[in-house]
Design a protein around this ligand. Structure first.
Ligand code: DX5
Ligand code: ZN
Length: 227
């Protein structure tokens, strides 16, 4: 299936993280929340950059056959450059690499050359200054609101200063990019992140760990929209 595009930069996007879904029934999990969500956030963990392993390109390729939504792949990997081609071939639409792994300019250029929408991620304790030089080379800035590796952790409000810094810089430099937050996003924290300047909200537990997943997604969007 061909993916829909990402939509206009800066628009509110709800991105369910399949990390919290039933891995035995991912197709149904995505379909269940389709009406109330926008992107699909795919958490890729290599057991090295983070102390956990999850999924890789074969799962992306399988899901691509069932879904036309924008696949937002978050590469929590020490060597993402080795896998960008495989993710692009599998049907990823965007790939986000972490600034902490280094070689950032080359990785961003490589992702771009593979036709991917390009994202750069920063851990909660990585200062804005580390990502600032790359803002004109990316489509998405992911500011982690937990330390990556596991779903279900508590939102770190102290990251909101950095989100505000990024949003101000995007405005001041007239950049066209999305600011995404990931970790501990729910109906309570989503409005806090949006007020600080985020427009893409990743949510795993707050959607897939609920009995009514579609209702949870709807509630999250409503909360993020101030409704
Ligand atoms: C953390 C992942 C997140 C995580 C979010 O390493 O990058 O995407 O799955 O899960 P929740 O929403 O449960 O914090
Ligand atoms: Zn993620």
């Amino acid at each position: 299936m061909t993916a829909l595009d990402a939509g206009p930069p800066g628009a509110l996007r709800i991105a369910p993280s399949i990390l919290a879904a039933d891995f035995g029934a991912l197709g149904q999990a995505i379909a269940a929340v389709d009406a109330e969500t926008d992107w699909l956030h795919v958490d890729v963990m290599d057991g090295h950059f983070v102390p956990n392993v999850s999924i890789g390109p074969p799962v992306v390729a399988s899901l691509r056959r069932y879904s036309a939504r924008f696949f937002d792949c978050h590469l929590m990997m020490s060597q993402p450059g080795r896998y960008l081609e495989a993710f692009a071939q599998a049907g990823a639409d965007g790939c986000t690499v972490h600034v902490e792994v280094g070689d950032t300019a080359a990785l961003l250029a490589e992702a771009r050359a593979r036709g991917l929408r390009v994202g750069l991620a920063a851990n909660p304790d990585t200062p804005f200054e580390r990502v600032a030089p790359f803002l004109d080379q990316i489509d998405l800035l992911l500011l982690m609101t937990v330390f990556p590796g596991f779903g279900g952790q508590a939102f770190m409000p102290e990251v909101m200063d950095k989100v505000g810094q990024a949003r101000r810089e995007v405005g001041a430099s007239s950049l066209r990019l999305d600011i995404e937050v990931d970790g501990g996003i729910d109906e309570v924290t989503a409005p806090i992140a949006v007020a600080a300047g985020a427009n893409v909200l990743v949510a795993g537990s707050a959607i897939f760990s609920r009995a009514d997943q579609l209702g949870a997604a709807r509630a999250l969007r409503a909360a993020a929209s101030g409704r």
